[in-house]
Design a protein. Sequence first.
Length: 79
Amino acid sequence: MKARTYYVAENDAELIASLIEIRKGENISQSELAEMIGSKQQAISRLERNEHSPSLKLFYSVLNALGYELQIVKKKSST
């Protein structure tokens, strides 16, 4: 089954909500995800509560562990 594509352009909260949806959809606990990336459950919890801006390394590690990748795409011109 092909994975969904998530589009997030507005804010961090939407991006974090997408990560949570993906994690829960895969039935992966915060502790399991933390173990997968070599981190602690508390770091995942802080990330999901949007208590701080995660490092790019942490964010990429979470995406990678969940089977996703980050793509940068130029916005379409509004004119």
